[in-house]
Design a protein around this ligand. Structure first.
Ligand SMILES: [Zn+2]
Length: 291
């Protein structure tokens, strides 16, 4: 089915540009990581929506495996999301958060928050968890960045199911819960977002590679609810495995959280600065270049 989508997106017309507005930048502030280049936003005003996964009664994953004092995904994602936001603001970007405190935001409400804010990009921050049935689950580690599409691998389906299961905490009247693939295949603009999301995911994954201890698990695709409802280029970043002691230490260290945030912000701003440039070649690198 993704082949259909890819064919469709190849003929999708370019997204019409938004009117440029003059922007008086009152930053810059302290760079997050002094040794790394920090592109400033060029061109028109942009808004990035930063989504801290889970929250409130939804802890997300907990780890590391066997730990007496487990970390909770919701706390890590909030800390990192706030740092991503600050790093983006320091680079001249408007930031909107889906949450800034330990509170539950319905999974199906997160995209609409981004839509109402007229976000240009949507970045959802999450922490991965190994399947406890894996042979050496505690050893699994690494970072990966997803865009919205049909999951193509067993591992992507695992992450998709894990993250989408947060919908069980949703309260109140749900908004439309359409099939993710129907969005992708039925609408040319969504196809354009798919292509742009692939590029954004690729940029983020590359920049994360300069700060993450690894391994680089690559750009992946899965049908995440949280991405399905955001009508803009949208990605979900699994910054590491909370089930692994080394990854857990990395993603909970404030210093390393700043490095993660700086890398994501650099990638997002770099992406925005070349938003209208061609994105050919990205598809070839998705899923390790396999057709
Ligand atoms: Zn998550």
């Amino acid at each position: 089915m993704i082949a259909l989508a890819l064919v469709a997106l190849q003929i999708a017309a370019a997204t019409p540009g938004r009117a440029a507005t003059a922007r008086d930048r009152v930053t810059p502030r302290e760079p997050v990581v002094a040794a790394v280049k920090h592109p400033r936003l060029e061109g028109p005003e942009r808004t990035v929506v930063v989504d801290a996964g889970h929250g409130g009664v939804d802890n997300g994953m907990s780890g590391p495996i066997g730990s007496a004092n487990p970390i909770h995904e919701k706390d890590v994602t909030l800390a990192v999301a706030l740092k991503v936001g600050r790093a983006l603001e320091a680079r001249g970007v408007n930031v909107v958060y889906t949450r800034t405190t330990d509170t539950l935001i319905n999974l199906y409400d997160r995209g609409p928050i981004a839509n109402r804010a007229h976000g240009d990009l949507f970045i959802s921050i999450h922490v991965n968890a190994a399947n406890p049935r894996w042979k050496d689950a505690r050893a699994a580690r690494g970072f990966e960045t997803y865009f919205l599409s049909e999951a193509k691998t067993e591992d992507a389906r695992r992450v998709e199911a894990m993250e989408n299961s947060a919908a069980r905490y949703d309260t109140g009247d749900p908004v439309s819960k359409g099939d993710a693939l129907s969005y992708i295949l039925s609408d040319m603009q969504q196809n354009e977002h798919l292509r742009e999301s692939m590029k954004l995911a690729d940029d983020i994954q590359q920049d994360l590679g300069s700060v993450e201890p690894g391994p680089d698990r690559g750009v992946q695709q899965a049908a995440f609810v949280v991405l399905e409802t955001a009508f803009m280029p949208a990605v979900l970043v699994e910054i590491g495995f909370g089930t692994n002691p080394q990854d857990a230490a990395f993603i909970t260290s404030p210093r390393d959280q700043n490095r993660i945030a700086g890398a994501i912000a650099d990638a997002a701003v770099g992406y925005l600065n070349t938003y209208w440039a061609g994105v050919s070649g990205v598809a070839d690198r998705v899923n390790g270049g396999k057709p």
